[in-house]
Each structure stands twice: as C-alpha cells, then as structure tokens.
Design a protein around this ligand. Structure first.
Ligand SMILES: Nc1ncnc2c1ncn2[C@@H]1O[C@H](COP(=O)(O)OP(=O)(O)O)[C@@H](O)[C@H]1O
Ligand SMILES: [Mg+2]
Length: 305
C-alpha cells in the first residue's frame, strides 16, 4: 500500500482505527521512515497500544516512531484563552466582563471543541510536516472527524469575513486617528496569519498526492451505512477516500454451526461493501485470536495491509 505523507484514519469506535493507524505507523518506522502518529480521539488509546504514556508533546515510542495525543478539552480551554487575550485589547473595559461571559458560553456550543482541535491540528501539521516523512492521524469516530475535516471550508469563509471586516475597521481608525495614514493593526495581522496557515493546510489536505483518507469498518450493517455516509460527505467536500479496511474478518474454515452462520452473514456484508465502495480500494484484515496489544502483533497485523 502506498502511504501518503499525511494519512487520516477514520471509522466508528471499536472497529480498529487505532490498531490500523498504529500498525501502519510501525511498518513505516521499520522501513526507516520518520513517522508521527497523532491521536485526536478523546478516547485515546495510542498510549495503551504502545504500553507507554503518550501526551500532548511528541514521544518516541519505537525507533523512528513518535506519538502524541491531542486532548480536545484542553485545547478548547487554551483556544478560548487566546481568543480572550486577543479581544481584551479591542473592547472597552466595562464591556469586558460581558464579552468574556459570551466567550465562555461559546465554549459550550457545539463545534467549539472541533474548532480548537482543528486549530491545534493545523499547528501540528505546519510544525511537523518537514520534520517527518509521515503524519498518521488516528481520528475520533466518524461524525466528529467529518466536522473536523469540513471545518477548513467553513473556517475560510469565516476568516475571510473577519479579515475584511477588520480591514474596514482599520481604515476607519486610520482616517480618524491618523489623517488617513495606514496604521499597524495587530489583530488584523494575527487574523491574516491564521488565514494563511489554514489555507496552507487546507491545500495539503485537499491534495491527493499529499494526503490520503482511509476508513476502517467491520462487515456489519451499521458500520457499512455510517462509512458510506462519511465517504460521500467527504467526497462532497472534495476529499477523496481511497482505502477501506474491513477489519476482523472471520476465517473461512469454521466447523462450529454458530460461526458458520456468522460467516454466511459476513459474506453478504462483504459483497455489499465491495458493491458500495467501488471507487475505493477494499482491504480485508482477519480477526486474530487475540487482541493486538504488542509490537509483535502490530507487525503481524501490518503485514495484512
Ligand atoms: N483484527 C483484529 N483481531 C483481533 N482483535 C482486534 C483486531 N483489530 C482490532 N482488535 C482489537 O479490537 C479492539 C479495538 O480496536 P481499536 O483499534 O482500539 O479500535 P478503535 O480505535 O477503532 O476504537 C482492541 O482491543 C484491538 O486490540
Ligand atoms: Mg481508537
């Protein structure tokens, strides 16, 4: 399998996203590729897989393999603080309390965590892209990931509005204070910088030579429906999902009637998957007789990819 510079691994909880992401990352590291695996799932288990504490700063978990986990809650707090700091300079002191209250309310609104998470991911991608051969991103379950990925689009629209508003304010200020002479506006500068950073990353995420999207699912009804929806939605936003990994596929030769029935049902679902994901490469990974909890098992798992 040809792994892009950046790879997003998505799918429902429990299907084997983290295992797949970790196995791919380990395989790359063993091939002397400097690899960073980043988890954005609040239910982190990258650390558990490697039996090591992994936090918000990168840590080498194997030769050439680094890991880090982004905590959405922590990032949201940090993000809100930055917004407050930026705004403090612009509002009148007696309004500050009310404005801060509004910002705290905004923090509880849906999407705030994703915005913070995306902001952090953008920073990480920009900071790490030249330091690593591969960035493997183990994402949260489907809905979450989708919002995250459609954000650059939204963000661009939002930022454009902010930047042009700020420019206008700046012009008014200039006319008022400086006889029309341009003055430096720090907020405008910050916004413009952020806009450029978002654009840079967005272009990378939309470039199929740079970024790949892989979904993991199991041969069951709901994961198929959910994955199909996710793939379509991403496609509508111009992100091409190239690979589908069907994980935990039962062995062919089972004597037990119960498992034979399960296998029969699975065959139906596997046919459905092949039918529904015609534009994707579909890969099957067998169910192993134990959890994938060691480097040895991860390597065996990776051989299937
Ligand atoms: N092919 C497989 N065979 C056996 N166990 C597996 C397989 N793939 C994953 N597992 C196990 O299933 C559990 C869930 O996998 P995980 O990668 O943590 O899922 P996710 O990240 O999608 O929530 C883990 O305990 C993992 O070891
Ligand atoms: Mg996981």
């Amino acid at each position: 399998m040809d792994i892009k510079k950046i790879l997003f691994v998505g799918g429902k909880g429990g299907v084997g996203k983290s295992t797949t992401a970790a196995a791919i990352a380990l395989k790359l590291a063993k091939n002397n590729k400097r690899t960073l695996i980043i988890s954005t799932d609040p239910a982190h288990n990258i650390g558990d897989i490697f039996h090591q504490q992994v936090g918000h700063t990168q840590r080498e978990v194997y030769s050439n393999l680094f890991a880090l986990e982004i905590d959405p809650q922590q990032e949201a707090d940090r993000y809100i603080q930055t917004v407050k700091d930026n705004i403090r300079e612009t509002v009148k002191p007696h309004m500050l309390e009310e404005v801060n209250r509004q910002i705290d309310l905004a923090k509880c609104s849906p999407g705030a965590d994703e915005a913070a998470l995306f902001d952090k991911l953008v920073s990480i991608i920009i900071e790490k892209k030249d330091k690593f051969d591969h960035l493997i991103i183990d994402t949260a379950p489907t809905g979450h990931t989708l919002r995250l990925l459609s954000l650059p689009e939204l963000m661009t629209v939002w930022m454009n509005g902010m930047v042009s508003r700020r420019k206008k304010i700046n012009r008014n200020y200039s006319q008022l204070l400086n006889d029309g002479e341009e003055i430096e506006d720090p907020i405008y500068k910050i916004l413009k910088m952020r806009k450029n950073r978002f654009k840079e990353v967005r272009d990378m995420l939309l470039n199929s030579k740079v970024t790949g999207y892989l979904f993991v699912l199991n041969a069951e009804r709901l994961p198929i429906i959910e994955t199909k929806k996710a793939v379509m939605l991403l496609q509508d936003n111009d992100f091409q999902v190239e690979t589908i990994v069907v994980n935990k596929v039962l062995p062919d030769d089972m004597s037990d009637t119960f498992f034979q029935q399960r296998k029969q049902q699975e065959r139906v679902y596997l046919d459905q998957i092949k039918e529904q994901f015609k534009s994707q490469k579909v890969m099957l990974i067998p169910l192993f007789n134990e959890d994938i909890h060691s480097f040895r098992m991860l390597s065996i798992f990776a051989e299937q990819i």
